[in-house]
Ligand binder design. Sequence first.
Ligand code: UDP
Length: 234
Amino acid sequence: MEKRKQVYEGKAKKVYKTDDQDLFIQEFKDDATAFDATKRGTIVNKGVVNNRISEILFELLESKGIETHFVKKLDERQMLIKRVEIIPLEVTIRNIVAGGMAKLLAMPEGIVLEEPVLEYHYKKDELHDPLINEYHAKAMKIVTDEELDFIAKRSFEINNILKAFFDHKNLDLVDFKLEFGRHKGKVLLADEISPDTCRFWDKKTKKKLDKDRFRRDLGGVEDAYQEVLKRITG
Ligand code: UDP
């Protein structure tokens, strides 16, 4: 697959065209940002780890019938993906209170939710990705009714699959963020699934093994990412 012009550069990834107009290449960087990109840094080998973790999780989901943009891993930092039109919606699923929800509702982190909580954020840097509800999403015409129903249903299915998977790896899947995109009339799971986009706590010690170590200057950031990969593959 011939790598062509770069079409996009985000905070953690670059996307390139290929000689097939339906396929793109997604490259994972070591750059890390937090708090609206006011905090910036590098997490050594994060790109390599996140590419591998995303590969494993996309393959897991595909094996359970969840369609994703993932085609195949190309090398350490790159994967071949289906070209999608990203729906500008960040879908968050929460199993345990942490981060934004703890802050928004003044709830202590660590409360186990009886039912998962689904949240939408409008993906718009200038507006700082505001929390919105499904009526806002439909009013802005960024998704149709049918697409939104599908996305919500899919997100809960993905949560069930991932929660069970990580439970076997002795990790609590605290929360995570998903993005979806349109490809040939279908809505596919897109973007990445990694310690950048999920919160993982060790089931026993509750040690944080995700990007919160970077956000909160907890140290051991690289080791935490490696540990998640080790648990997944172990
Ligand atoms: N998240 C993400 N990208 C974002 C915001 C959040 O991947 O732009 C992930 C984050 O890593 C966590 C989940 O979504 O696993 C919920 O994040 P939250 O809303 O608590 O926001 P945060 O505390 O990260 O600001």
